[in-house]
Design a protein around this ligand. Structure first.
Ligand code: HSE
Length: 305
């Protein structure tokens, strides 16, 4: 009798405009690992979009699982990992955060770490460097978070947004490091006051589920979008056409290059059809918030030894 585990982790969007490095939202696009103990490490990529060639020792899941085990003075046993993903790679949809959360869960299962949800939020945010995508992938739903200097995360978790989210995924990758390097090191006091006021209004609107205002403040970012816009294909056009077709608002998804619109669920299919017509070079994906976060199932295979 051999045991297998299935680890499912949602992808996510981050920032929603001015919630820079703080606000995350999990999306109904998933990374799934099927894991079994094995005499040596093996990672198999099953999906088209995942890199074809890689070194197992450099694989993010391998590195995070080993590092997590090490932090708890355990040794990670070798395993075979089959990896399937619906999350577009390097497009600002939390593919690395979901791999980090999966790697932590892998160590949690195979080293019996008994990690709490708080441990998982702390570890994943520390590995990622900020808590937006990481907490959303751990918890599901919407997360508004901060991480202190010791790497302890505090999160407000909202799990009942009634909106759909449409992704505009271009056919180009953008490295988060490149999109971060472009940002200014400092802002003046009046500029920061305005930027943080917009972020406060976005967070309050999300808590109140005031969708018109959420859309308006998603479009008001001053922390990063004004500097990243030039890296993003059709940045202005997508904003304009999405609004015309009924979106509450549109923002960059994480560091981009994907853009994301928040829309009323009732217009989903029609909105997507119109955007497909207008932006044929983009993949247009209709998503909703995931409500479960990271999830593990144990599969017992009775037929094998
Ligand atoms: N908050 C991050 C950023 C998300 O915008 O750079 C990408 O990791």
């Amino acid at each position: 009798m051999s045991k297998k585990w299935q680890i499912t982790v949602p992808g996510s969007t981050a920032n929603l405009g001015p919630g820079f490095d703080s606000i995350g939202l999990s999306l109904s696009l998933y990374l799934q690992l099927t894991v079994s103990l094995h005499d040596e490490w093996e990672i198999v990529h099953l999906s088209e979009g995942l890199p074809k060639e890689f070194d197992v020792n450099e694989h993010l899941i391998y590195k995070i699982a080993n590092e997590t085990a090490k932090r708890f003075n355990k040794v990670m046993p070798s395993c075979r990992v089959e990896m399937a993903s619906e999350i577009p790679f390097a497009r600002g949809l939390g593919s690395s955060a979901s791999a980090i959360v999966a790697g932590i869960e892998l160590a949690n299962i195979l080293c019996d770490l008994h990690l709490t949800v708080q441990d998982k939020c702390n570890l994943s945010s520390q590995f990622e460097g900020h808590p937006d995508n990481a907490t959303a992938s751990v918890l599901g739903g919407l997360t508004i978070s901060t991480m202190d200097k010791e790497g302890i995360v505090d999160t407000i978790h909202i799990n009942d947004l009634e909106a759909s989210f449409v992704l505009f995924v271009p056919n180009t990758e953008l490295k988060t490091s490149e999109a971060r390097d472009i940002l200014p090191e400092h802002f003046s006091r009046p500029y920061s006051v305005q930027a943080s006021a917009h972020a406060n209004m976005l967070a309050a609107s999300l808590v109140l589920k005031d969708y018109e205002r959420i859309g308006r403040y998603m479009e008001s970012d001053l922390f990063h979008e004004p500097f990243r816009a030039k890296l993003i294909p059709y940045y202005e056009e997508i904003h304009k056409e999405a609004k015309k077709a009924g979106a509450y608002g549109t923002a960059l998804s994480g560091a981009g290059p994907t853009m994301i619109s928040i829309i009323p669920p009732s217009i989903g299919q029609k909105f997507v059809a119109r955007m497909e017509e207008l932006f044929p070079s983009h993949k247009i994906i209709l998503t909703k918030p995931d409500h479960r976060g990271v999830y593990v199932e144990e599969i017992t295979n009775v037929s094998s030894n």
